[in-house]
Design a protein around this ligand. Structure first.
Ligand code: NAI
Ligand code: 15L
Length: 273
C-alpha cells in the first residue's frame, strides 16, 4: 500500500471485478482511498462489505446481472475472469461472454472508462529477445491469451463506436516478488500496480490505449513509450532481486520454448497437450 494516495478522492463509485482474486484482494483496500463507494464483485464469495463497500457475488456471463452491476458506476477496474490457461468452457464464460456483457452494461449505464486487466499472454509467442510495444501484432500463446486479445478488441469497438475509454493493461507478472529469470522482465510490484491503475483512472485522455503492466525492470521485453500520456511512472524494479533469482536459476535452456518465448510456461500449457 502506498504511504499516501496519489490523488484525493476522485470517484463517487468505482467497480472492481475479480475482487476475490489475488490482485482483487491487493487492490480492494487501495482503491477505497480513491472513491466514496467501492462496489466489489466476483463469482466467488467475497469478504463481508466494510464501510464504503458494496459486495455483489455474480457470474459475469449473466447479462442481466451485469446490467444491474454497472448501475451508478463511474469507472470500472476489470480484473474478473479466468486468469490462467484452462479449458474452453470457463474461458468462454468469463473472458468472452463476460467481457462482452461488461461492455454492453457499461454502454447502457453510461459508464465512460474501464481499466481492463489484459495479459502479457496476448503477446506470448514473441521471443524474449524481441521488444514489443503497443502497436506490435498480438501473438497469443493459448486460449487464455486469445480470450484476452478478444477482450482488447471488444474494448476498442466500444471506444470507436460508443466513446467508452479503456486502458488495456497487459499485466506481466504481479506477485510479491520475482522468482524466475523471466519474471525479472515481467514483474509488476503491487505498489506499481496501484500506481498504474490510478494513472489509468485519472489520466485526462485515455481513448483506447495499451500499456504493459511492469515495474522498471532493466531486461523488460516491453516498451511503454507509446503510453506516455497515461503518466505511469513505476518506482519499483525486479533488478533488486536479480542476484537471488540468478542463484536459484543459474542457466537458461535455449532449446526450451518455455524459456525462449515471452509467454514462458504458457506456450506449452493447456488442453493442446
Ligand atoms: P485470479 O484468478 O486470482 O482472480 C480472478 C478472479 O475472477 C477470481 O476471483 C475469479 O473467481 C473471478 N472470476 C472468474 N470467472 C468469473 C466469472 N465468470 N464471473 C465473475 N468472476 C469471475 O487472478 P489475478 O491474478 O487476481 O488476476 C486478475 C486479472 O489480471 C485477471 O483478469 C488476470 O487475467 C489478469 N492478469 C493477472 C496477472 C498476474 O500476474 N496476477 C498477469 C496478467 C494478467
Ligand atoms: C498471467 O496472465 C496470469 O494471470 C498470472 O497468473 C501469471 O501467470 C502471469 O500471467 C505471468 O505470465 O507470469
Amino acid at each position: 500500500m502506498l504511504d499516501h494516495p496519489l490523488t484525493p478522492i476522485t470517484f463517487q463509485r468505482l467497480l472492481l471485478t475479480g475482487a476475490a482474486g489475488g490482485l482483487g484482494r491487493v487492490l480492494r483496500p487501495r482503491l477505497k482511498r480513491y472513491c466514496a463507494s467501492l462496489r466489489l464483485t466476483d463469482i466467488a464469495p467475497l469478504d463481508a462489505a466494510q464501510v464504503g463497500e458494496e459486495c455483489v457475488q455474480m457470474d459475469l456471463a449473466d447479462a442481466p446481472a451485469a446490467q444491474k452491476l454497472l448501475q451508478g458506476v463511474d469507472a470500472v477496474v476489470h480484473l474478473g475472469g479466468v486468469s490462467t490457461e484452462q479449458t474452453w468452457e470457463p474461458i468462454l464464460a468469463g473472458n468472452i461472454v463476460g467481457v462482452y456483457n461488461l461492455y454492453e452494461a457499461a454502454r447502457k449505464n453510461g459508464v465512460k472508462r474501464v481499466i481492463f486487466a489484459s495479459s502479457n499472454h496476448v503477446m506470448g509467442f514473441w521471443r524474449q529477445d524481441q521488444v514489443v510495444d503497443a502497436d506490435s501484432a498480438p501473438r497469443p500463446d493459448g486460449l487464455y491469451g486469445l480470450s484476452k486479445a478478444f477482450g482488447e478488441d471488444v474494448a476498442r469497438l466500444y471506444w470507436d463506436r460508443f466513446g467508452i475509454e479503456t486502458l488495456v493493461v497487459r499485466i506481466g507478472s504481479s506477485f510479491p516478488e520475482p522468482t524466475t529469470r523471466r519474471m525479472l522482465a515481467t514483474w509488476l510490484s503491487y505498489d506499481d500496480l496501484e500506481r498504474l491503475v490510478v494513472s489509468g483512472l485519472t489520466a485526462p485522455v485515455v481513448g483506447w490505449s495499451v500499456i504493459y503492466g511492469i515495474s522498471d525492470n532493466a531486461t523488460a521485453f516491453y516498451d511503454n513509450t507509446k503510453a506516455r500520456h497515461i503518466g505511469y511512472r513505476p518506482r519499483d524494479s525486479a533488478d533488486a532481486f536479480r542476484p537471488q533469482v540468478e542463484a536459484a536459476q543459474p542457466t537458461i535452456d535455449l532449446s526450451d520454448p518455455t524459456q525462449i518465448y515471452q509467454g514462458g510456461a504458457f506456450v506449452r500449457a493447456g488442453h493442446f497437450e
